[in-house]
Design a binder for this molecule. Structure first.
Ligand SMILES: Nc1ncnc2c1ncn2[C@@H]1O[C@H](COP(=O)(O)OP(=O)(O)OP(=O)(O)O)[C@@H](O)[C@H]1O
Ligand SMILES: [Mg+2]
Length: 288
């Protein structure tokens, strides 16, 4: 019987992280794989000692990139690959990859690195951003989940306030796709196959995330939506991907982001599909 470690972040107290791990564990059991759910701090990364009782593979549901890299270097296949987790964990880095692969996405400008105690207010960079994207626009921090670090900026005052507050942080400026206000599509992809998807919408917020009060329902994807979602997952190298698609003015799909540790509970509730099953099947096929 093959064995698997399912790793999530033990410092996060919200139940949904453990719940996510349990869904993956159920998928393992269905496929005759013995799962062990571990908090990231339950593995001692003592670099001069050999890691004991290694599993056949690791499902990595966290963003502890150092741990993911450590496990990979111990010779364990880690899914997603630590490099993919790192790319997706930083939205700025991710958009650079998506643009390189010509994935349709909102016009995006990366913010230059500014050290926290300094300012580049006189450089003209921000005026240029305002001039290029106009208002309202989106400011999005590199790191963030559940829509928490995504801001809709309406005024120049708000814009400069946010830019000042984000000194020392990776972030991007982005065109606000108004035709997609409060709605998006989450597509879950394993390998290069679409396993499940849902339409998310919110009547109260520009963000469609369910955590922000959005609702979700089943959706049949168009061929273009399918193609674009798969193209996005490929562009960042994600074998397990939650791709968020926005609706362009003509309803054409525009990639909002790719999540490398996408939560699968809501998708399961909406579609009845445990994406974990397809994920574990994919891994078993790959590792042989
Ligand atoms: N450029 C944009 N134009 C219009 N709406 C956007 C744009 N970017 C993001 N949104 C909305 O805000 C929501 C949150 O943005 P995004 O998915 O980038 O970050 P996140 O939700 O914090 O990440 P995660 O999906 O990991 O929780 C999206 O689902 C979408 O509804
Ligand atoms: Mg998102």
């Amino acid at each position: 019987m093959k064995t698997c470690w399912i790793i999530y972040n033990g410092s996060l107290i919200n139940d949904k992280f453990l719940d996510q791990a349990r869904l993956m564990a159920e998928a393992c059991e269905q496929l005759n794989v013995q799962p062990t759910i571990l908090k990231n701090y339950e593995i001692m990364m003592k670099l001069d000692e050999k890691l004991q009782n290694k599993p056949d593979f690791v499902i990595f549901l966290d963003k502890d990139i150092l741990l993911a890299t450590y496990l990979k270097n111990c010779g364990i296949p880690v899914f997603n690959d630590p490099e993919v987790i790192e790319t997706c964990d930083n939205k700025a880095k991710q958009y650079i990859q998506l643009a390189k692969a010509h994935v349709p996405m909102p016009t995006t400008i990366i913010a230059p690195k500014v050290y926290p105690k300094f300012t580049i207010r006189d450089s003209g960079y921000f005026e240029n951003v305002l001039h290029t994207l106009g208002l309202p626009m989106i400011i999005k921090e590199g790191h963030g989940s559940f829509g928490m670090n995504v801001y809709l900026i309406h005024t120049e005052e708000e814009f400069y306030e946010k830019v000042d507050a984000l000194r020392g942080v990776d972030f991007v400026f982005q065109q606000f796709v108004a035709s997609s206000r409060g709605r998006d599509i989450r597509v879950n992809i394993i390998g290069d196959e679409i396993i499940a998807s849902m339409y998310r919408h919110s009547e109260t917020d520009f963000r469609a995330n369910i955590t922000n009060g959005g609702h979700a329902e089943k959706i049949m994807l168009t061929d273009t939506q399918k193609e674009v979602a798969i193209q996005a997952a490929k562009a960042v190298g994600a074998e397990f991907a939650g791709v968020d698609l926005l609706f362009g003015p003509d309803e054409a799909p525009i990639v909002c982001e790719v999540n490398a540790a996408a939560h699968i509970r809501n998708l399961y509730n909406v579609t009845g599909i445990n994406v974990g099953v397809a994920f574990v099947e994919y891994i078993l096929k790959k590792i042989g």
